[in-house]
Design a protein around this ligand. Structure first.
Ligand SMILES: *Cc1c(COP(=O)(O)O)cnc(C)c1O
Length: 398
């Protein structure tokens, strides 16, 4: 049975390792989150926004030409069709409603590539709540279009100028802000990471993905369970949502796809399940990439959303216990699969999502199997990267 315990552990992973000064904020959230989420009025508002604002349910699409190529039945769960182009909005809609119920009037968030920052700025505009997004100064330069989007939506983007000036430094700044503003501020974390109760709260908000999948698969195929579900894992929120209602259905294989960057052992990768060891990062005990004396190793992936040195504690547990199978995909393999999906189905996936599709080349399955791929986001944000490598892949896939 896979479930979180009341201290926030999945097996030996999870918990809340936080500075004393954050204790009141986390404790307030921990005491209230389940109760708030189960209130009928909260559920009514959450469901209404998912339907009319986000555009749910997202379709479950039978990808016939892709199925023909792989000689197996493949369905795509179309999170790319959500408002703002990915699954992240499911979580930010849930958390902004949570913040309102807790009486908060100010939102902070951290962002790397800017996708979570945009999803947070979006729901803050929707609710008329002040929004401050911390972002590494280097990332602000690299991700200019998303910085513009956040500003257009009324958010303030604050540069983090310490360390490598990327995601982990932005996270540190956000935590510092929260310590200084415990009364009025809610911190919207963007994945199933961080101290308890964040991993469980975010997984519950994203669980709408597998809730819909069950109904849609029943309608399409006459049974609720596929043989396998494939999802990419950065922190692990789209995967957690796609797995959630299947965690204890052991006939369903869960395939977690990580970024191998230039290759697992190249020194430039983000393949945490292979390279990671047990340790504490961002408030939870999980698997992370670290040196023997506990320094975090800078991760690398061409895809900004998978470029994270840890994984959420749920995924650490699923992989360590053998419930989920981990597959690592390099930049090159992900690019090739992005070009292939574009030509084969007329769908340009996010570069993160392209990693999930590349796993189809690496896994074993039977011809009668039904496989669902969680299509976590669309590729508009990655077009510059795709075009940069275009000539090389043009030859391979035409
Ligand atoms: C952010 C992002 C991811 C990675 O985040 P998870 O929390 O692992 O889901 C994956 N796909 C897309 C499209 C993203 O924007």
């Amino acid at each position: 049975m896979i479930a979180i315990n009341d201290k926030g552990y999945y097996g030996e992973f999870g918990g809340a390792y936080i500075p004393e000064m954050l204790h009141p904020n986390i404790e307030e959230l921990r005491r209230q989150y389940v109760q708030v989420m189960e209130e009928p009025e909260f559920q009514r508002e959450f469901r209404m926004l998912l339907k009319d604002y986000v555009g749910r349910p997202s379709p479950l699409y039978l990808a016939e030409r892709l199925s023909e190529h792989y000689k197996v039945t493949i369905y795509l769960k179309r999170e790319d069709l959500n408002h703002t182009g990915a699954h992240k909005i499911n979580n930010t809609v849930g958390q902004i409603l949570m913040a309102k119920r807790l009486g908060k009037t100010r939102i902070i968030a951290e962002t790397g590539a800017g996708q979570h920052g945009v999803a947070t700025a979006t729901v803050c505009a929707l609710m008329g709540i002040q929004c401050i997004v911390y972002m590494g100064a280097v990332d602000i330069k690299r991700q200019a279009p998303n910085v513009s989007r956040m500003r257009m939506l009324g958010a303030e983007v604050r540069p983090a100028t310490s360390g490598s000036q990327t995601l982990k430094d932005a996270t540190n700044e956000a935590i510092r802000d929260w310590i200084n503003n415990p009364e009025d501020t809610h911190y919207i974390i963007g994945s199933v990471v961080g101290p308890h109760p964040y991993p469980d709260m975010v997984a519950r908000f994203q669980s709408v993905i597998s809730e819909e999948m069950k109904l849609q698969l029943e309608q399409h195929t006459g049974r609720e369970n596929p043989n396998a579900i494939i999802a990419c894992v950065g922190g692990g929120s789209n995967a957690a949502g796609a797995y959630y209602h299947y965690l204890n259905e052991t006939d369903v294989r869960l395939i977690a796809v990580e970024a191998a960057g230039h290759g697992i052992h190249s020194g430039e990768s983000a393949a945490t399940s292979v390279l990671g060891t047990k340790g504490i990062i961002h408030g939870s005990r999980t698997l992370l990439m670290q040196t023997p004396d506990g320094q975090i190793i800078e991760p690398y992936s061409l895809s900004a959303g998978l470029d994270y040195p840890g994984i959420g504690p749920l995924h650490a547990h699923l992989i360590a216990s053998g419930r989920a199978e981990a597959i690592s995909i390099t930049d090159e393999e992900a690019l090739a699969s992005a070009y292939f999906l574009s030509r084969r189905e007329g769908i340009i996936p996010a570069l993160e999502t392209a990693h999930a599709f590349a796993a189809l080349d690496k896994m074993q399955y039977q011809p009668e199997d039904v496989i669902v791929v969680c299509l976590s986001g669309r590729g508009d944000k990655d077009l510059d990267t795709y075009i940069h490598h275009f000539d090389r892949f043009q030859k391979q896939t035409s």
